[in-house]
Design a protein around this ligand. Structure first.
Ligand code: S3P
Length: 441
């Protein structure tokens, strides 16, 4: 069976954004390390996040579901982590696996990390190299991949590290390891990446210093700090909101309000890029959650023009290129994406997957090692294609959104992975008027 998104004339309604995936992982991890019992509300109950909860529980925290999106976590505190009796299975999640490697690295325990086929093909050397420098030991599959075993050490040696790629996962992994180092760990980022760890660690009582260097930042953390249990309310996910936004923007008659979206300059590149292309977007401040600003965002049908995505926006929209590509395909003129080679090592090779998704639906696109150039159709794309998702949730959702406004239906070969990040995707899209159905092959 595959799933088909049939064109509809109108996409409209009000949806509350699901909990942010990055913040949900961090809330579970920091609560699991803290002294005392933390409460988390609005947690994203996607498979990736649930695997992080299971891992923290196998490492000694008590993780319980108290109600829909409500969790309590009794942290290990000064008692510390225990070696898990079984392998920790992170499923599809780069964030869960890389952050928890930083956690395990600072304790005198061993743990085996495993994941699905996609995660097992992704590079882990980016965290193995600095964690080894700090004193942890690794036995990894060839090329620095999962499955791997890590043996931690307490205390770790602090390091001064400049990650070769812009990566919030690497930064956050090293901040967590830095909490267990003897001295100050310094991470120098050439480009600023999402800063949820820095903000949330402060909420849990740690001191983290951040000094902006223009395009990047120097982030410092002192070892020996303990975390204190907190009540965390997880803000809405701008990456999930981007799919709802795109559906409204490319629709014939679109008007969508997405409530409680996290507004953070390290995450809002997609909205800035489509605003440059002419999208009509409104925003109203509604409060704060987990040290982040919350806004209600409105999106309307908008004629779009192609653009060159500014290089400095790339890290702040790194997960949004598949859905940007869909909007670019409906735009008038050319959209150029370069300096985005990191897309090759996401849940799939997203440059190749995006290029194939567009071509099979009649859109002209040129592929580069670090990006693509899309020739916009200046209106509804031909559609009619069956998209290979490569087990990538964001490719699946992007293709289904394309189908809502294409000339002909768009199908995907698999929808299972959508539950890793957006379990309510189909329910929300149906509320807005989309027509997505299972079809026989
Ligand atoms: C994430 C960081 C990004 C992003 C991922 C979530 C995080 O990965 O793509 O979906 O929560 O820190 P990289 O750090 O590999 O860029």
């Amino acid at each position: 069976m595959f799933w088909t998104s049939h064109p509809v004339d109108k996409i409209s309604g009000i949806v509350t954004a699901p909990g942010d995936k990055s913040c949900s992982h961090r809330a579970l991890i920091f609560s699991g390390l803290a002294d005392g019992t933390s409460k988390i509300s609005g947690l994203l109950e996607g498979e990736d996040v649930l695997n992080t909860g299971r891992a923290m529980s196998a490492l000694g925290a008590t993780v319980d579901r108290a109600g829909t999106n409500q969790w309590t976590v009794k942290g290990v505190g000064t008692a510390g982590l225990v070696s898990p009796s079984d392998s920790l299975d992170f499923g599809n999640s780069g964030t869960g696996s890389r952050l928890i490697m930083g956690v395990v690295a600072g304790y005198n325990i061993s743990a085996n990390f495993t994941g699905d086929a996609s995660l097992s093909s992704r590079p882990m050397a980016r965290v193995i190299t600095p964690l080894k420098e700090m004193g942890a030991q690794f036995e990894a599959t060839d090329g620095g991949r999962l499955p791997l075993t890590i043996t931690g050490r307490n205390p770790l040696k602090p390091i001064n590290y400049c990650p070769p790629q812009a990566s919030a996962q690497v930064k956050s992994c090293l901040l967590l390891a830095g909490l267990r180092a003897e001295g100050t760990t310094v991470i120098t980022e050439n480009s600023t990446t999402r800063d949820h760890s820095e903000r949330m660690l402060r909420g849990f009582g740690a001191t983290v210093s951040v000094q902006s260097t223009g395009e990047g930042a120097i982030v410092k953390i002192d070892g020996g700090q303990s975390l204190q249990a907190q009540e965390t309310s997880v803000p809405g996910d701008p990456s999930s909101a981007a799919f709802l936004a795109a559906a409204a923007i490319i629709s014939n008659q679109g008007g969508v309000l997405v409530e409680n979206v996290m507004s953070n300059p390290t995450r809002d590149g997609i909205f800035r890029a489509v605003a440059l292309m002419g999208a009509k977007i409104g925003a109203e401040e509604v409060g704060l959650a987990a040290g982040e600003r919350l806004i209600n965002m409105s999106f309307e049908t908008s004629p779009l023009s192609g653009c060159t995505v500014p290089r400095n926006l790339v890290p702040s929209m790194i997960d949004e290129f598949p859905i940007l590509a869909v909007m670019a395909a409906f735009a008038d003129g050319e959209t150029i994406v370069r300096d985005a080679a990191e897309l090759r090592v996401k849940e799939s090779d997203r440059i190749s997957a995006v290029v194939k998704m567009l071509r099979v639906n009649g859109v002209e696109v040129e592929e580069f090692e670090d990006g693509f150039i899309i020739q916009g159709c200046g209106g509804p794309v031909p559609g009619g294609g069956l998209v290979e998702t490569h087990h990538d949730h964001r490719i699946a959702m992007s293709a289904l959104i394309m189908g809502t406004a294409a000339q002909r239906p768009v199908s995907v070969d698999d929808i299972a992975m959508i539950s890793t990040s957006y379990p309510d995707f189909f329910e929300h899209m149906q509320m807005l008027g989309a027509d997505m159905r299972q079809t026989a092959r």
